[in-house]
Write a protein that binds this ligand. Structure first.
Ligand code: EPU
Length: 337
């Protein structure tokens, strides 16, 4: 492992923010991770672990050590009649993992196609799209415990998975570094086609008996139409989470705003933040190089040279506006540094 000094993080975050790290190292193996922690003398603290950099907004330089996980490897651990268990290194690009599974005919993650980021950061925010969440297919999460200085594995029941949330994002933030994940995939895939336009899109494409590969292609088509490609336009996917409120609160709101869309989420009601932001007039708006995406207003974008502080200021403006109009609080999904 080589520790570099005063490195621009622009290539390491999908928002393309030009913040600098005082110390920086790429970590290609468990040994590199151990070496990184040994390198953390007091003057090299604090530390930050980066995966694909797809859920982070830098608002200033990082005056400590950044470790960027780059470990690779997908291994079939075991299989039985119905399932295959894949061990995946944290540094694998998530969509490469989806492609690998789909190419082998193993089902479960095809709806999570094209989500930016790495395999190891997936559990942190329990990535989800089109009716599937990572928690549905996770068998275990392998971590390095920074405090106890050992390696261990979490079973899903201990991960406290919720909507875009987990123990790794909340209670155990900064304690565990995810070094790998194990997925349990179906050898006889069960397709999940109920979200939004998936069925209609398959029908439009003339596909009557879809395979997981056809589902992957359709999801890629829908996502590419609605969501900006970070390699072209800097962004971190949904910047906000959708507000989740009680049925009573929703009953009050819908009297005032009869056109408000909603989705059931267990006993609660999820309101599309995209609609709230659109109603406040921000859809497609641009303020300097910081903007709100024109097809999906939950996504904030960097048109080139926006600073993290400018993107954050836009986010706060949106939060204030939605709060004044609807009395709802939009929570940020992206990590702010
Ligand atoms: N909508 C609008 N205006 C728009 C776009 C959407 O009013 O311009 C409303 C519509 O009512 C639409 C609803 O928002 O039915 C939902 O839109 P969409 O299906 O795009 O989903 P979302 O709730 O906005 C979530 C995830 C996305 C994920 C999609 C698809 C969150 C925070 N975001 O978005 O995840 O791709 O569902 O499953 O839950 C991400 O986390 O980075 C991400 C992109």
């Amino acid at each position: 492992m080589q520790v570099l000094e005063n490195i621009s993080l622009k290539p390491y975050n999908t928002f393309g923010i030009n913040a600098r790290a005082k110390f920086f190292a790429e970590l290609h193996s468990d040994n590199d991770i151990a070496a990184f922690f040994s390198s953390l003398t007091p003057e090299r603290m604090p530390f930050l672990i980066l995966g694909g950099g797809s859920n982070i907004l830098f608002t200033k330089d990082f005056e400590g050590s950044v470790g960027c996980i780059r470990s690779k490897g997908i291994v079939k651990l075991m299989e039985d009649d119905s399932h295959v268990y894949l061990k995946i290194a944290a540094g694998e690009v998530w969509d490469d993992v989806v492609k690998y599974a789909v190419d082998h005919g193993w089902g479960g993650i095809e709806n999570l196609s094209l989500i930016p980021g790495n395999a190891g950061t997936g559990p942190v925010q329990n990535i989800g799209a089109y009716g599937v969440e990572l928690k549905d297919v996770i068998y275990s999460v392998e971590v390095a415990d920074v405090i106890a200085r050992h390696y261990r594995a979490f079973r899903p029941a201990d991960c406290e998975f919720g909507y875009r949330s987990s123990i790794f994002k909340k209670k155990a933030k900064d304690r565990f570094i995810i070094t790998g994940i194990c997925l349990k995939l179906d050898k006889q895939p069960v397709l999940k086609l109920d979200y939004g336009d998936i069925r209609q899109e398959l029908k439009n494409a003339g596909i009557n008996r879809p395979s997981i590969s056809a589902v992957r292609d359709i999801i890629i088509k829908i996502r590419s139409r609605k969501l900006p490609d970070p390699s072209i336009l800097g962004n971190a996917g949904s910047f906000f989470m959708n507000p989740v409120i009680s049925a009573d609160d929703f009953a009050r709101l819908i009297r005032q705003f009869p056109l408000m869309p909603s989705f059931r989420s267990g006993d609660e009601i999820k309101i599309p933040g995209a609609w709230l932001i659109e109603q406040c007039g921000f859809k497609g708006k641009r303020f300097g190089d910081a903007g709100v995406h024109g097809q999906q207003p939950l996504v904030l974008v960097n048109y080139g040279s926006a600073t993290g502080a400018e993107i954050l200021a836009l986010a706060e403006k949106i939060i204030g506006s939605v709060n004044r109009k609807f009395g709802l609080r939009m929570e940020k999904e992206v990590n702010i540094f």
